[in-house]
Design a protein around this ligand. Structure first.
Ligand SMILES: [Ca+2]
Ligand SMILES: [Ca+2]
Length: 134
């Protein structure tokens, strides 16, 4: 039994480089900013992310450029045409940043991010339910 536990522990800790890379990719895909992120840095990061996703460079993330399991990205598609334009993307992402920035100081700390993530999903917030008009 002890030997079995030992083997399990070793397996769990002994990830090979590919597994670690896959985990890193997963973290990158779900977007994990550094512990303190300014709004400007966030905007720059999101702009870079948009450029990466917009493979043909037409300022639109079309449905075939959309990552498969990224529901957050689909939520940015405000007019529901299956595409996310550069302005839909940046406005949506900065709105997301502002919702995470609980004390409105223009930076999001890892603590604020955790608070945002652990919020009750079923509770609608006024910011989320407000109509998103330009
Ligand atoms: Ca495109
Ligand atoms: Ca803040």
């Amino acid at each position: 039994m002890v030997a079995l536990l030992g083997a399990l522990t070793t397996t769990a800790c002994g990830q090979n480089p590919e597994q670690r890379q896959a985990a890193a990719d997963a973290r990158a895909a779900s977007f994990t900013p550094p512990s303190v992120t300014s709004r400007i840095d966030f905007g720059t990061m999101m702009d870079r992310r948009f450029r990466t996703l917009d493979r043909d460079g037409n300022d639109i993330i079309s449905s075939d450029e959309m990552p498969r399991q990224n529901s957050r990205l689909r939520e940015l598609d405000r007019n529901g045409d299956g595409q996310v334009t550069a302005s839909e993307f940046s406005e949506g992402m900065l709105g997301f940043f502002d919702r995470m920035d609980l004390n409105r100081d223009g930076t999001v700390t890892s603590e604020e991010r955790e608070t945002y993530r652990s919020r009750p999903v079923s509770t609608p917030t006024p910011v989320n339910s407000a109509p998103r008009l330009p």
